[in-house]
Design a protein around this ligand. Structure first.
Ligand SMILES: [Fe+2]
Length: 206
């Protein structure tokens, strides 16, 4: 039986560089009836814990450390007794939210996570933030992109620790090289496909 992919939307705020904005964030839970991983832990620990429904949580995988993606991570981790994974290049952002605690584990490009008989592979895709990481669920033909790639193009790069040329390189070399039918499940808003975003990026580069 293939894995299930559940989407939960939580609401709160994103703060950086002295500004604060209202945001809705996607949480993705990948697994089966017995075990799962959680991709991002924004805003509302109770809602995320409820969505787990008592399953064993193997890992909390963070796409990056902007506060709107990690605000509930420690509370969820303690409740479900699972380790939090973050790419170390995002520690500068993590420390703005959790100055007194480190992530439990560090992600590296190519790391593999097995859940429900499927394989999630970490793709380091810097640009939106230095440690931004996508997770490719190879068997299901889907990729979880956090704020690196959205329905309509690249994630924002206007604030601290972001870089536009770097995100374009990451998207072109690590994401647009996936099969066109690959479903892109994002950190905010609707899903898209690699094929659709190839067309978006072709316009961006003109
Ligand atoms: Fe972000």
């Amino acid at each position: 039986m293939s894995v299930t992919i559940e989407n939960l939307v939580t609401s709160g705020t994103f703060s950086l560089d002295g500004g604060t904005w209202d945001v809705d964030n996607n949480v993705w839970i990948v697994g089966n009836e017995d075990e799962c991983v959680i991709i991002d832990s924004p805003h509302d620990a109770e809602a995320i814990i409820s969505q787990v429904r008592g399953r064993k949580v193997l890992a909390i995988l963070l796409t990056h450390a902007h506060n709107d993606h990690i605000g509930a991570a420690r509370a969820v981790a303690e409740a479900v007794k699972a380790p939090v994974y973050l790419h170390p290049d995002d520690l500068v952002l993590w420390e703005q939210v959790y100055p007194d605690a480190k992530p439990d584990r560090y992600l590296a490009d190519g790391d593999v996570f097995q859940v429900g008989g499927a394989t999630l592979r970490a793709l380091h895709t810097p640009g939106h933030s230095p440690g931004s990481t996508c997770f490719h669920l190879e068997d299901e033909g889907t990729v979880f992109t956090g704020d690196t790639l959205f329905d309509g193009g690249p994630g924002a790069t206007g604030r601290s620790y972001s870089d536009y040329p770097t995100i374009l390189t990451s998207i072109r070399e690590r994401l647009l090289t996936l099969p066109a039918r690959t479903v892109v499940r994002t950190g905010h808003g609707d899903s898209t496909t690699i094929g659709a975003e190839r067309e978006t990026l072709a316009k961006v580069s003109q």
